[in-house]
Ligand binder design. Sequence first.
Ligand SMILES: O=C1O[C@H](COP(=O)(O)O)[C@@H](O)[C@H](O)[C@H]1O
Length: 239
Amino acid sequence: MKLNIFKDADEAIVAIADYFIAVANEAIQQNGRFNVSLSGGSSPKKLFELLASDALKNKIAWEKVYFFFGDERYVAHDHPDSNYLMAYKALFAPLSISESQIFKVDTGLDPASAALSYEKCISQHFKDEPVFDLILLGLGDDAHTASLFPGTSVLWIDEELVKDVYLQDKAVYRISMTAPLINKAKNIAFLTFGNAKADAIKSVLEGEKDIAKYPAQLINPVNGDLQWFIDEAAASKLK
Ligand SMILES: O=C1O[C@H](COP(=O)(O)O)[C@@H](O)[C@H](O)[C@H]1O
């Protein structure tokens, strides 16, 4: 695991954008395509905007990139909470990414069927073992990642690749990649910043091992590379 700490969020975002470009180009050179899974929430928005900016947009052959989502909120695709909608506005629309390259969760189905259908969609795309070139992740203030939330049964799954998750306190469903799928990836990168994440980062990286409380501790690639891109505020409680 490599921990990269930057002065502020902007520096962390520039660094992870360079890393994203390097991983994408290596995958395209080796296999002719780049399979990436995006994170949601608020943290990656500026990263997506930077990748789509005039300064960086020509650094990747975007027609060779296939986009997936590590998790999705169980809402329509035009709902403000949708992870797809955020990525669409910040990345896909500015880069005119073809619909055929975007694999979104079908939230028109019931949650369990949406999870099953996304798992099938991933399996069909990869044909063989689903090994992403890069999985981007965020970290919630409660140490969740993707939609692997504290205390949920999805944390103990070892077969399924994608699962529906019910969040009792919020009374909402999410659809999430499971840890076994995430941990197959060649590269996994967390992007997280700000004071509000300091306790969660401390618990995940330096706390007692307690997956039920700190689900991001589940992330440990089998053969791949794991990197964290965080700012000094988020790192402020680390030893
Ligand atoms: O709900 C979610 O939260 C996490 C963290 O998001 P952030 O806005 O606090 O950075 C995110 O990684 C996940 O994809 C999202 O659905």
